[in-house]
Design a protein around this ligand. Structure first.
Ligand code: FMN
Length: 208
């Protein structure tokens, strides 16, 4: 087929968030209070997760110091709470690159109307309303080198090791599975929130 007939155009999209689950990362501030930040550049392999975080945020500062976090995974019903957190930063003063759109908020749980719940192995609290909560410890932080990342103050790839998983009882199947028919992530799709559509099929390795 000729390239001209294939139906594609070359574009330079301003953002490349092509649809990944939202995670609310809880960390501890230097005074021991909790910070909570939405992010979506997160993936897992085994019990290891990698987080892509801008260096100007409070979350990355807290991770470098405290080396612990909880990855709280919300369902679609929590999108409004996530969006309440969206214009906030725990960093004071607000970094210049964010000053036009963000404001400082020391009480992110209160501002989002989400409830802190004690963790078992790490210091930052979990988010009660999130059906999946992964307690984790930082094992590696690497600065990312993409040239366009410099304009937003740089970014880091933070590798964390999950040390405990909490799942709300109603999404658990048997002893060791999350039931994909009852669990749904909240998807951040080019800065719009979506749930999942209906199931299309199962992988040859699906066990439930
Ligand atoms: C749904 C959603 C996803 C986001 N994903 C990321 C992300 O993957 N990485 C990142 O650095 N910031 C992401 N952000 C922006 C941060 O939440 C924002 O910079 C926030 O101010 C960070 O808070 P903090 O400074 O208290 O850490 C996302 C925001 C929203 C609403």
């Amino acid at each position: 087929m000729l390239v001209a007939e294939a139906g594609f155009v070359e574009i330079q999209p301003k953002i490349l968030y092509f649809g990944t689950p939202v995670v609310l990362v809880s960390t501890l501030n230097e005074d021991g209070s909790p910070n909570l930040a939405p992010m979506s550049s997160c993936w897992t392999l085994g019990w290891t997760a990698v987080l892509g975080l801008t260096l100007v945020g409070k979350t990355v500062e807290n991770l470098c110091r405290g080396m612990e976090c909880v990855l709280n995974v919300p369902g679609p019903d929590l999108w409004k709470a996530v969006e309440r957190l969206a214009p906030l930063t725990g960093k004071f003063p607000v970094p210049e690159t964010k000053a036009a759109q963000f404001r400082f908020e020391p009480d992110k749980f209160g501002a989002s109307k989400l409830t802190p719940l004690d963790s078992e192995l790490v210091s930052p609290p979990r988010v009660l309303e999130c059906p999946l909560q992964l307690e984790a410890r930082v094992c590696h932080i690497r600065e990312m080198t993409g040239p366009e990342l410099q304009s937003i103050g740089g970014a880091a790839a933070v590798e964390v090791s999950v040390v405990r998983v909490h799942a709300r009882r109603d999404i658990v199947h048997g002893e060791r599975y999350i039931d994909p028919a009852r669990w749904q992530p909240l998807i951040y799709n080019f800065r719009h929130y979506f749930g999942l559509g209906r199931e299309l099929g199962r992988s040859f390795r699906a066990e439930v």
